[in-house]
Design a protein around this ligand. Sequence first.
Ligand code: G16
Length: 557
Amino acid sequence: ATSSEYAQAVLQAAEAWPRPRSEDGKEYKEFTYGTAGFRMKAELLPYIMFGVGMLSANRSRKYSGKTIGVMITASHNPAEDNGVKIVDPMGEMLEQDWEQWATGFSNAKDPTQLRNAYVHCCQQLHIDEKRPANIIFARDTRPSGEKLVTALKAGLDAVGAKYIDYGILTTPQLHYLVRATNTQDLPIPYGEVSEEGYYKKLATAFAEVMKFSKAESQITIDCANGVGGPKLRELIKHLPADKLKINVVNDRINDPKELNYRCGADFVKVNQRTPEGFNGRPFDRCASLDGDADRLVYYFNEEGPVFRLLDGDRIAILVAGFIGDLVRKSGLADKIDLAVVQTAYANGSSTKYIEQVLKLPIECTSTGVKHLHHAAARHDIGVYFEANGHGTVLFSDRAMKVIRKHEVQSPAQMEAIETLRALIDLINQTVGDALSDMLLVEAVLAHKEYTVREWLAMYTDLPNKLAKVLVPNRALFTSVPGTAERKLATPENLQGKIDQLVEKYRDGRCFVRASGTEDAVRVYGEAAEAFDVDDMVTKAHEYILNSTAEGSSYGNK
Ligand code: G16
């Protein structure tokens, strides 16, 4: 087909997927490609999906037909939401320069505007429409996913793309498949191009990493009643049963209302409590996944019960410390650099520990895996985790080559290098992956012979609180560029008020930013004393509400 045929097909097919209007017939506000793609109430999405189909085809054509991924999920959000994100050829998030095109397509008012946007995109980006376009896609367990797939296919068909529907998968499995597909003809493919290949890769690497450890661990995993449940059960079938016993809970995927409801990684992290119905004994090792299994947090109860959280910061430190030791023990310390990437949500104590005890370089980026991933990729080995449990480890091509080729001088070096080599396969390097991260944490705990108590004892968190504030328009809250979202530019004067507030508390830190996945503003606070944190976050909450209230002296424009 030629350019004009595709443009014509878009014009016709888009009629079936009109831009939604609210009940009173008004246009919806601008849609944006946010922290992790588009996210909103599922009924608003079909129209957007159609455009995502067109754009992912362009993305594939731009890469001469390399496979692009589309994942349909709203991850930690409630069941009635859904979302979509585009995955680049090596399994990373869509390049940020292209987000504007996604946003542009999603705001075209009618089929003619959408057609024009498509033609404009092809011209500006020099898309050769004669090239092949290959897409793979998957969705989480949300019932709305099926209709969204139909809309996506309509967009793909209109512009002549080829596609494979992988059905229901975790988000990281789709990322894995994109990279596996695009590397299958290379000397070192990422893995077999199938869901089964994913389990085999992880399980084989886990057995390899564990061959030098005697531990027999037990863990209970809360699957947020999402896609992680059935997929974890599949993974378990491939794992060596003598090394790790996994008790799967909250895997009721047949009742959509249960998804992320009072369980899952976000609930546990935000509320700092165990999932509802939790009946673990003191010091039992537990973990929670989120709705699409890309986040992982650990926790346990002390007698009392006192809840103890082992979040993404703790995972980062455990893993970075372990990998640092392996690099040193294998004799590669002067050949490979290792760094940790965090966001402003990282607890101040974790940052201090990385700097002062691990003595590793550290970077702070804006929220969103896409930001952390890029920063981590600038190092030989980059460990990145958000406090909410989203993260992974990246090994540069150079680092992998050095590790593969290294000739060891002693049995101790041999053990270290073999473990390091197996870790490269155990870790899903495309994106944070709760299942892969869980195996990684289990492997490190086994090697170090750590209990959850010993893991927790590495450092003491500063008391902290994360709150959500519902405001009429979160777009009014913008951050100062280059501050990793630690300072607000607007509403005017709000940052000044927060700065004054923070000064009152010992080791106080507080920042406010608009969520990119929920219609809310987030406020994070930490300080030396828990009652100070409560006081500080409560006041910041009030300031935020006042700043958007009508007639406010320091706010709404
Ligand atoms: C997504 C992103 C994460 C981010 C989280 C919250 O997670 O992938 O990087 O930390 O949203 O973002 P925000 O504070 O902007 O709402 P998930 O697990 O929902 O895909």
